[in-house]
Write a protein that binds this ligand. Structure first.
Ligand SMILES: [Cu+2]
Length: 512
């Protein structure tokens, strides 16, 4: 796991100064400090079609002798297994405008769109600092204005953005919502998000629900919690203000109106949705009162604008549209402003952060260096062990591949029943920061299955559907899931790097 952090007096050193980036090795619980040229706080990021990660923007330098201005930075990382890779933070790649809290979303050409942000930090955005524009990497020629970000001040940072199957972009910021056609630049305002501000510092949780054959690969976005505030001037009542428990969903390619969903069991700001391989969605981190951000004021808790941390997650089931916390454990660690979470290959959720402070603090709501894992219900079940060649690279359309699962992988089911309860899914974990996992996406591959006479089953799995806007090219984990229990995820590459993606005719799957 690659972690980039805030420049402050972290104890870990690299090249004679506090480190603000590390490579964390899950198997050994070891860390390797990495040196980055510019301040990575608070950047956006995502994966690219060629397997690199891109990290955009940040803060001015704090010390200046070792951390350059991150506002214009474009940083690249080619992940490695040998402990030798470093962030490439070359000034030659710099943006032409400053971006702090920009959104980054993978695009159907394997590049990314970079949206919004403010030029300099603050509790909320304002017209003097706003950067209401978007651009692309690789460049599609200059930067363009996004009126949504002109008209949704001040709580419109880290605009919540998804590439839709239609190739258009859904963008939600402040109360506003828009659809952007990235090819023509046409921007269409649609209905405002009801009930709460979901972007920072209201900071609701948001997620694109799993794209599946059963829902026709239709994109539906779920947003939960946040804060229903119009006046963002900090006041003593702010830290005690209950967060919203409201959830809403929208299917932007299908009419684009919001509808209500199951309410959260309690209000939550700074929650973080994580797509699990079984198709359910973990919601953790955050607080019951207040907002994201930190500042100064005797009424704050240390510097925190939030209190009453929520230490117990909930699980959302898209099939029943309901939340459950039955059997879920409670953490001892507060995970509020500046927390993150990400799915790991073994199906657990890696959780880090919380730092509502300007520099390292040990007081109540401290700078939190402890990481944790959440283990979903399936963690200790005998995991399916797929046999057969899972391709290292999946194409858009093309020939199916066959996975075999022995009896021991079938969760105690008969082969005939297991065949009806097996699937293969690809998940992009996304770039996690501030409760937002940019680029996070779940797609169930089309499949059929048949029992074999030796007690095993064969799972016939299609490639990714022939539409790169369903799942942008680049890295993902592939899980084989039997009765909800996932295999250990295998890293696969989707598509064909950066550029126009070839699509192929879809080979018909064997009948059930
Ligand atoms: Cu931040």
């Amino acid at each position: 796991v690659y972690i980039i952090d805030k420049v402050e007096r972290n104890a870990l050193q690299v090249n004679g100064h506090p480190a603000f980036a590390t490579e964390y090795t899950l198997s050994s619980n070891g860390i390797r400090a990495m040196d980055v040229r510019t301040n990575t706080w608070c950047a956006g990021g995502g994966s690219l079609g060629d397997g690199r990660w891109i990290d955009i923007g940040g803060n001015p330098g704090v010390d200046g002798s070792f951390d350059g201005d991150g506002g214009f930075a474009v940083r690249f990382l080619t992940p490695c297994d040998n402990g030798g890779c470093q962030w490439d933070d070359n000034p030659a790649n710099a943006l032409s405008t400053r971006r702090w809290y920009p959104a980054v979303e993978p695009m159907n050409d394997g590049g990314v769109i970079i949206i919004g942000g403010t030029k300099f930090g603050g509790y909320v955005n304002d017209a003097s600092r706003n950067n209401p524009t978007y651009e692309f990497y690789p460049s599609r020629g200059g930067i363009k204005t996004l009126n949504l970000l002109v008209n949704t001040l001040p709580a419109n940072l880290y605009p919540l953005t998804w590439l839709l199957p239609s190739g258009r972009l859904f963008i939600q910021a402040g109360r506003g919502t828009a659809i952007l056609d990235p090819n023509s630049g046409t921007e269409t305002r649609i209905a405002d998000v009801p009930a709460a501000v979901r972007t920072y510092p209201g900071s609701g949780a948001s997620v694109l629900l799993p794209l599946t054959p059963a829902n026709g690969y239709t994109a539906t976005i779920l947003m939960c919690g946040g804060q229903n505030i119009n006046n963002w001037t900090p006041s003593p009542s702010l830290v005690n203000r209950p967060a919203s428990n409201n959830c809403v969903r929208i299917t932007p390619d299908g009419g684009g109106s919001w509808s209500g969903d199951a309410p959260l069991p309690e209000g939550r700001t700074m929650g973080n949705f994580i797509l699990l391989p079984d198709g359910k969605i973990w919601l953790g981190n955050g607080a019951r009162t207040g907002t994201a951000g930190y500042g100064t004021g005797s009424y704050l808790i240390g510097s925190s604008f939030a209190k009453n941390p929520l230490r117990t997650p909930v699980i959302y089931n898209p099939a029943t549209r309901s939340f459950s916390r039955a059997g879920l454990g409670t953490s001892s660690v507060a995970r509020m402003y500046h927390s993150s979470a990400i799915l790991l290959p073994d199906g657990s959720v890696f959780i880090a952060g919380s730092n509502p402070n300007n520099d390292v603090q040990t007081r109540l709501f401290p700078t939190e260096y402890r990481t944790e894992k959440f283990f979903p219900w399936y963690y200790n079940h005998a995991r399916p062990q797929p046999i057969g060649a899972i391709p290292g690279r999946l194409s858009y359309g093309g020939n199916f591949f066959t996975i075999r699962l022995r009896g021991a992988s079938l969760q105690g089911l008969t082969p005939g029943v297991a065949a009806t309860r097996s699937k293969a899914v690809i998940i992009r974990t996304g770039f996690s920061t501030h409760g937002v996992n940019m680029g996070q996406r779940y797609l169930q591959l089309n499949s059929t299955a048949a029992p074999n006479s030796d007690g095993s089953i064969s799972l016939f799995v299609s490639q990714v559907p022939p539409n790169p806007a369903l799942f942008a090219s680049g890295p993902a984990f592939l899980y084989v899931v039997v009765n909800g229990v996932p295999s250990i995820g295998r890293q696969v590459m989707i598509g064909n790097g950066i550029g126009s993606q070839p699509t192929l005719p879809v080979q018909r799957l064997p009948g059930p």
